[in-house]
Design a protein around this ligand. Structure first.
Ligand SMILES: [Zn+2]
Length: 156
């Protein structure tokens, strides 16, 4: 992840830090600090977590991060998710059903979770009430994160 995006998350107060002291290795009394930016989840499966896409790498102007707030980022992430849904890659975080953009299918929403971990995910309206249960015990520092797919985000 580019430092510019990392700083943006820092500015918005959305970075999590994890401090690891060398308790079991007294020879090296260094402290390891790792930082984690918010994630995206295409489903609840461990291989479906993605790093947050960087708006600049998706064609936004270099200076756009300076002007973006969290609402703008939500909007950007939603467009990325819509492409993932169109590509049949996104599932409801609760019931694991494949999501679609078709109107006759169950409606879903992109949600930014801020409890325990910072994560955008997709969930059916009807499944939202079970979300808390399914998020319980997730440690952002134990999640294996892949880089995001490069969908074409231009309006068609
Ligand atoms: Zn669902």
């Amino acid at each position: 992840m580019r430092n510019e995006l990392l700083s943006w998350f820092g500015r918005e107060g959305l970075l999590l830090t994890h401090v690891l002291s060398a308790m079991d290795d007294p020879e090296h009394d260094e402290i390891k600090i790792s930082v984690r930016a918010p994630l995206l989840a295409l489903s609840r499966a461990s291989h479906d977590f993605r790093e947050c896409p960087d708006p600049v790498l998706f064609g936004y102007p270099e200076s756009s991060l300076d002007m973006m707030n969290l609402d703008d980022m939500n909007q950007f992430v939603l467009i990325w998710f819509e492409r993932a849904v169109e590509a049949n890659m996104a599932r409801c975080f609760v019931c694991n059903q494949l999501l679609s953009m078709r109107e006759e299918d169950k409606p879903w929403d992109a949600i930014f979770v801020t409890q325990d971990l910072y994560c955008w995910l997709l969930v059916h309206f009807d499944c939202k009430r079970y979300l808390k249960r399914d998020l319980k015990g997730r440690n952002p520092f134990e999640v294996d994160v892949q880089p995001p797919e490069f969908f074409d985000l231009r309006l068609t």
